[in-house]
Design a binder for this molecule. Sequence first.
Ligand code: G3P
Length: 236
Amino acid sequence: MIYRSEKKSSEKALFVINFKNYEEIADSHSIKLAQAASKVAKKHKTQIVVCPPQHLISEVAKVAIPVFSQHVDVAKVGSTTGFVVPELLKKSNVQGSLVNHSEHTISPKEIEEIVARLKSLGMTSIVCVRDVDEATKYARLEPDYIAIEPPELIGSGKAVSKERPEVITDSVKAVKRAENSTKLLCGAGIVSGDDVAKALDLGADGILVASGIVKSKNWEESIEEFALAFTKRRKI
Ligand code: G3P
C-alpha cells in the first residue's frame, strides 16, 4: 500500500479529488475524471487520489490511480446489508477512505474505531474536521491525515487558504503537537493553482478538493493547474 509503506511516497504532498455525488461524474464520467487525473499524475509525478461515489468505486479502481472511499461504516464483514465495509473495499483495490466528512459525519467512537480498523488493514485514513479543536482531538488517534475543512467554505469557490489562512496554520500546529506521523490536508473552496500554492505555503501537506475540479469545464486542464502548483513547491 503506497502511502504507508513507501517512504518516498509518504513524503510527497497529497492531492485528493472527492467526486461527491455531483451529476457531472455520473456513470462513465467518473471513469473519465479518474483517467484525466491518472494522466496528470503520471505526467507531473504527482500523488493524486480520487474518491468516486460508492456505487462506482470498483469500476474506477480499475483505472491506474489510487482510489479512496468517501466513507466507510462500522459494520462487520458478512450480514450487514447496505453498509460499506473496509475489508471488502480493500479487496476491490481501494486503498483508503475519508472519515467523518462534514457531509457524512459519524460519532467520535466510530471515528476511533474506523481509524484503527483502516490502520490494521494497511489502508490510509483521512479524518475530516471542521475546526482546530477537532484537529487537535483527532490527531491523537494518529490517522494518516487530518483534513481541515471549514464547512461554510465548502463549495463556495472561496478558498480556505485565502479566506481563513489562520485555520490552516493553527491546524498545522495542532497536528504537530500530537507528535506522531499524522499530516495535515486542507480543503474547502479551492478552485485554482494559486489557492493550492497558498495552502502549501501555509504548511499543509496537501489538499482535498471537489467542486473546483468536478465542476470545471476542462478536467485535465484544471487538474494540471493544481498539479503544477504542487510541483512548483517541490512537495510532490
Ligand atoms: O471533500 C472536499 C470538500 O468538501 C471541499 O469541497 O467543493 O469546496 O472543493 P469543495
